[in-house]
Design a protein around this ligand. Structure first.
Ligand code: ZN
Length: 488
C-alpha cells in the first residue's frame, strides 16, 4: 500500500490522501479506516473527519462503492487489482493521538487517516509526504532516501501495523538532540515555542533510560524517538508506540512544572516500549481496528507502567525522595479521594475502558487502571521484596514477562500474569488477586501494610482526603532505601 499525503491549503486543516492498493482480483473488496487507535481503548470513529471520498481503478476510472459500516466501504472492483482511494481528512486536533496540519508544521498519526484492506495488513507500506523542502521529519519510520524528490519525502513501514504505530511531526522549526544508551540511539524532538535546556534533558533522559534498560536487560528497538509537541495552553498527554512516543505538553511558559511533566510522561512512555508494545495482552494481538478489543489486564499495561515510570525517575536519581513521594501521593489522592468506594474492580474497569474509560462517568462506578493499578503494583512489589529480602522484586516479574511473552511477541493472558507473579513471589497470593485486582474492597489496609515495611504510611483525614507520611523507624528506612535505590 502506498499513501500520498498533501495539502493544497494547510490552513484549511485538510490533508488530501491518495491511497494506492493492490488487491486480489475479485468482484468486490472491502476497505476499512480504523475505528480506534492503540493506546486509547475507546472507539474514536476517525471516518467522521473524512469530507469527501472516491475510489478509482489504476487507469483513473471511478469504481462504484457504498458504505457497509460507518468506516468500511464495499468497492465493486470487477477483477481490477490496482485501486486508488482519494479522500480528505480534517486535521484540526492537537492531542497525542490526532492529526493537525498548518503552514508551520504537519502532525500526522497515520492510524487516523490511512485505509487498509484486510489482505494487505501484513504487506509493506510507504507513506509519501508532500511537504516543503526545508521541513525535517521526526518519525520512528525510516525514510527511503532513493524515493526523495524535490517535493516529497517517503517513509517505509514493514507492515500496516508498523505504519499506524508511527506518528510524525514535520516542520522547519523542530529541534532535536540525541543520546545513546547500550545499543539504542534515542532522539528527543521538540516542536513548539520553547528553548529546551538540552544539557539537563540529555543528562536526565540518559539516567532514566539507562535504569530501565539495566532492569529489563535490553531495549526492544535500535532507535527510539521522543516526539514532543509543546503548546501554549495547559496540556498533558502521551501515547506509546513501537519505536517512538508522542507527547503533547503545555503551557510552554510553565518552566519547572513543564519539565517535571516531561520527565514523568517520558519515563512512563518509555517503559511501554516493553510493557504493552511487546508484552501485549493477547486480546490485542493482533489489533482488530474495526471494533472494541476487550481485555482485563490494563492494570498491568497502565498500572505497572505508571508505577515504574516514576519509580525509575527515583531509582536513577532524577527525582529525590520528596519528588517521588509527591507522585506517589498523586495516585493515592486520585484513587482514594475520588474512587475509594467505586463499585468496579480493576479488571472490570479495564474491560469497560471501551465504554466510559476516558470520561468522567457516573459517580462511584469505575476505578482508574492507572492510579489504582499503580497502587496495586506498589503493593505487589513490596510484598515480593519483603518475601525475598529485596533479592526479588516486581522487576523479576517484568523480566519474566519480557522473556516469555515480549521477546517471542505471543501475548499474555490474565492467568499468565498471575502465574508469573506467583512464581516470583514463591507462593499463592490469593488475597492479592481477590482484594486488589478482582474486587472492590477498600485497599487501605493492604497498602498501609506494604508501606509500613518501607517506613511510609497513608493517612486518611476525616474529610476523606489522604496524605503520605514518613515514619521514623530505622529498620524501615533501611528497607525504603533498598526499594528506592535498587538498580536491578
Ligand atoms: Zn500509559
Amino acid at each position: 500500500m502506498h499513501y500520498r499525503l498533501y495539502s493544497h491549503n494547510p490552513e484549511s486543516r485538510y490533508i488530501e490522501v491518495e491511497c494506492h492498493m493492490k488487491a486480489t482480483a475479485a468482484e468486490a473488496i472491502e476497505v476499512q479506516l480504523p475505528a480506534w487507535r492503540p493506546g486509547r481503548y475507546e472507539l474514536q470513529n476517525f471516518a467522521k473527519n473524512i469530507q469527501k471520498f472516491e475510489i478509482f481503478d489504476g487507469a483513473g476510472n471511478p469504481l462504484p462503492f457504498r458504505k457497509i459500516a460507518k468506516d468500511r466501504w464495499l468497492v465493486q472492483t470487477q477483477d481490477t487489482t490496482d485501486i486508488v482511494a482519494r479522500y480528505n481528512y480534517y486535521s484540526n486536533i492537537l492531542n497525542a493521538g490526532s492529526s493537525y496540519v498548518s503552514e508551520e508544521f504537519w502532525y500526522v498519526n497515520p492510524v487516523n487517516l490511512c485505509l487498509y484492506i484486510d489482505e494487505n495488513l501484513t504487506e509493506s507500506c510507504t507513506l509519501e509526504l508532500v511537504i516543503p523542502g526545508n521541513f525535517l521529519v521526526a518519525c520512528g519510520l525510516k525514510e527511503n532516501l532513493d524515493a526523495r524528490t524535490a517535493e516529497s519525502r517517503t517513509l517505509f513501514a514493514k507492515d500496516y501495523y508498523e505504519l499506524v504505530d508511527s506518528p510524525l511531526i514535520a516542520s522547519a522549526t523542530i529541534q532535536c538532540q540525541t543520546y545513546q544508551v547500550a545499543d539504542t540511539k534515542f532522539h528527543v524532538w521538540m516542536q513548539g515555542n520553547i528553548k529546551p535546556d538540552w544539557h539537563r534533558i540529555l543528562i536526565d533522559f540518559e539516567k532514566f533510560t539507562s535504569a530501565q534498560i539495566a532492569t529489563m536487560g535490553e531495549f526492544p528497538e535500535p532507535e527510539y524517538h521522543f516526539l514532543n509537541l509543546i503548546l501554549s495552553t495547559p496540556y498533558y498527554h502521551g501515547v506509546e508506540h513501537r519505536h517512538s512516543t508522542m507527547i503533547v505538553l503545555g503551557p510552554d511558559d510553565e518552566g519547572e512544572g513543564l519539565y517535571t511533566d516531561l520527565l514523568g510522561v517520558s519515563s512512563h512512555e518509555l517503559f511501554h516500549a516493553w510493557n504493552i508494545i511487546r508484552i501485549r495482552p493477547k486480546e490485542l494481538l493482533p489489533y482488530d481496528f474495526t471494533k472494541e478489543n476487550y481485555f482485563t489486564t490494563c492494570f498491568v499495561a497502565e498500572g505497572v507502567t505508571t508505577y515504574y515510570g516514576d519509580l525509575f525517575l527515583r531509582r536513577s536519581g532524577v527525582f529525590d525522595d520528596a519528588a517521588y513521594y509527591r507522585e506517589l501521593q498523586v495516585y493515592m489522592k486520585r484513587h482514594f479521594e475520588n474512587n475509594r468506594d467505586a463499585q468496579q474492580s480493576l479488571v472490570e474497569s479495564s474491560w469497560d475502558l471501551w465504554l466510559d474509560g476516558y470520561e468522567k462517568g457516573i459517580p462511584r462506578r469505575k476505578v482508574s487502571v492507572y492510579h489504582k493499578g499503580a497502587l496495586a503494583a506498589l503493593i505487589l512489589d513490596i510484598t515480593i521484596r519483603k518475601n525475598h529480602q529485596h533479592k526479588k522484586s516486581l522487576d523479576d516479574v517484568m523480566r519474566l514477562m519480557w522473556e516469555r511473552f515480549g521477546i517471542p511477541f505471543v501475548g499474555y493472558s490474565f492467568e499468565d500474569y498471575q502465574n508469573v507473579v506467583e512464581e516470583v513471589v514463591g507462593e499463592p497470593i490469593d488475597w492479592y488477586w481477590k482484594d486488589c485486582i478482582l474486587s472492590n474492597v477498600p485497599m487501605e489496609s493492604h497498602l498501609n501494610q506494604a508501606l509500613s515495611w518501607v517506613g511510609l504510611q497513608m493517612v486518611t483525614f476525616s474529610d476523606g482526603t489522604v496524605h503520605l507520611q514518613e515514619l521514623e523507624n530505622e529498620r524501615a528506612v533501611l528497607q525504603r532505601n533498598k526499594w528506592l535505590n535498587s538498580d536491578s
